[in-house]
Design a protein around this ligand. Structure first.
Ligand code: AP5
Ligand code: MG
Length: 205
């Protein structure tokens, strides 16, 4: 099963990916997580990506495509994988078509007006990547690994505004791109996390 999770910033891609990958036992490939790891480790890719991510802009296609191509060539992807946050432009989708087949796309549809609260209230674990929201999280320790959870550097209101703009202009056209190919299913991302996951499982059956 080769899956793509499509959706705006804060739509719940990472939240649903955690559940899907645990149940279906496939690797979770989040380009955002890969960049954040590189930024933390101070690698050349991290330094380059940071200048874009901090402004809410997309990292250039050629940088992202190369990283994903290398990742998909690893052994653990042979039995399937889940892509979270990639592709994000039509050029990336075309590049992916060259290296991947049997792709299924789940589009998490949300009201863009609800996303500012979701994103600015998000907290993440810098160690294991688990995600939370201040409205439901008790304490500041990760439930999975005990590390102190933090706010992502790009989750400040001004940067979020820019990310939403970028989504509308550069990523939303992918909905039509995959609709035309006939491999896209849309789920209602405004329902509760558990309800969205039920819809996802139904779509994958
Ligand atoms: P990335 O890390 O991919 O961020 P994003 O796409 O902006 O998406 P988010 O991670 O913000 O949202 P999410 O959909 O995962 O939501 P989550 O599940 O956490 O990318 C970051 C940056 O890296 C980009 O801006 C870009 O610069 C660069 N980049 C990455 N990939 C790239 C690419 N392919 N090309 C170029 N550049 C790239 O949920 C959000 C919050 O809402 C959480 O608090 C959660 O608990 C809560 N929540 C989730 N679901 C629900 C629900 N159903 N109801 C209520 N609350 C919910
Ligand atoms: Mg995410």
């Amino acid at each position: 099963m080769n899956l793509i999770l499509l959706g705006a910033p804060g739509a719940g891609k990472g939240t649903q990916a955690e559940r899907i990958c645990a149940d279906y036992k496939i690797p979770h490939i989040s380009t955002g997580d890969i960049f954040r790891k590189n930024i933390k480790e101070g690698t050349p890719v991290g330094l380059k990506a940071k200048s874009y991510i901090d402004k809410g802009q997309l990292v250039p296609d050629e940088v992202v495509v190369e990283i994903v191509a290398l990742r998909l060539a690893e052994d653990d992807c042979k039995k399937g994988y889940l892509l979270d946050g990639f592709p994000r432009t039509v050029a990336q989708a075309k590049a992916l078509d060259e290296i991947a087949k049997d792709l299924r796309v789940i589009n998490i549809d949300v009201d863009l007006n609800a996303l500012m609260d979701r994103i600015t209230g998000r907290r993440v674990c810098p160690e294991c990547g688990a995600g939370y929201h201040v409205s439901t999280k008790k304490g500041d320790k990760c439930d999975k690994c005990g590390a102190t959870i933090v706010q992502r550097a790009d989750d400040q209101p001004e940067t979020v505004k820019k990310r939403l703009e970028v989504y509308v202009n550069q990523t939303a056209p992918l909905i039509e791109y995959y609709e035309k190919k006939g491999n896209l299913v849309t789920v209602d991302g405004m329902k509760s996390i558990a309800e969205v996951y039920e819809e996802v499982k139904k779509a994958l059956r």
